[in-house]
Design a protein around this ligand. Structure first.
Ligand SMILES: NC(=O)c1ccc[n+]([C@@H]2O[C@H](COP(=O)([O-])OP(=O)(O)OC[C@H]3O[C@@H](n4cnc5c(N)ncnc54)[C@H](OP(=O)(O)O)[C@@H]3O)[C@@H](O)[C@H]2O)c1
Length: 222
């Protein structure tokens, strides 16, 4: 899978690090070209076989990408989605944002909607938007686990094939995809993302905790 990550900050680093564990070919783009060039160099140093390159222009990189991950802050993601417009026809696009307020203790989106649903509104109807990664902290993505447990990546979206495609990429990278349902479930995922953030100072966990869904043992299995 060819994956374009727009934003080479903490989450760009974490997601790229993880996905390079699978079969993904990663293209990095950042508004500051030196950020993506530096990150690509570090990823190659850590893993010389890493298939990672840097795009000079986001518009040039989109056509060759199967999946486009919006990895900047909510307002920027919205602008990027709006400006790419029809270039994203048919693409699987991933929104990872938590639409935090300035004090990081609330969301700027009004009740009854979500960042993902707002981004959906500015995308072409053929774009297949998936919410993912907003509940996994960047540092845990770099590590690949929390206390020896694989990372759970919660997904929401209205296109089952898109969730399946992204879920397979996540699984081959050693994480566990959890499909929570329609894009509307992004409201709960963004609330969960916020709760995870506000818990950090209370628990003193330094943004290295993770949400893990514990499933019952299937009947008949010891
Ligand atoms: N950090 C986490 O643990 C975490 C966890 C879950 C979800 N998230 C979500 O992930 C997103 C990114 O967070 P982050 O911590 O990675 O932020 P970050 O470290 O600030 O990285 C964002 C990067 O995107 C760049 N950027 C801004 N506008 C851009 C544009 N139009 N095109 C390309 N690149 C652009 C930024 O450049 P400049 O710095 O020059 O603006 C920066 O390098 C946020 O929406 C956040 O809510 C974060």
């Amino acid at each position: 899978m060819n994956i374009l990550i727009i934003g080479s900050g903490n989450m760009g680093r974490g997601i790229a690090t993880r996905l390079l564990e699978g079969h993904s070919v990663i293209t990095l783009y950042d508004i500051d070209p030196s950020a993506s060039t530096k990150l690509a160099g570090e990823l190659r140093s850590a893993r010389p076989t890493a298939r990672v390159s840097v795009a000079n222009s986001v518009a040039d990189a989109v056509p060759a990408s199967d999946i486009v991950i919006l990895a900047s802050w909510y307002g920027s993601n919205l602008d990027v989605a709006r400006s790419l417009g029809r270039a994203l026809d048919g693409k699987v696009v991933v929104d990872i944002s938590n639409p935090l307020n300035e004090t990081f203790d609330g969301l700027v989106t009004p009740p009854g909607t979500s960042a993902a649903e707002t981004i959906r509104e500015v995308l072409p109807s053929t774009t297949r938007l998936v919410k993912a990664f907003n509940t996994t902290f960047a540092g845990t993505l770099v590590d690949g686990h929390v206390a020896g447990q694989p990372l759970n990546v919660f997904l929401a979206g209205d296109d089952d094939d898109a969730k399946q495609t992204l879920g397979e990429v996540i699984q081959e990278a050693g994480m566990r995809p959890v499909d929570t349902g329609a894009l509307q479930r992004s409201r709960e995922l963004e609330a969960l993302g916020l709760l995870g953030i506000t818990l950090q100072s209370r628990l003193g966990t330094g943004f290295m905790s993770g949400w893990h869904l514990v499933l019952p043992t299937p009947a008949g299995v010891a």
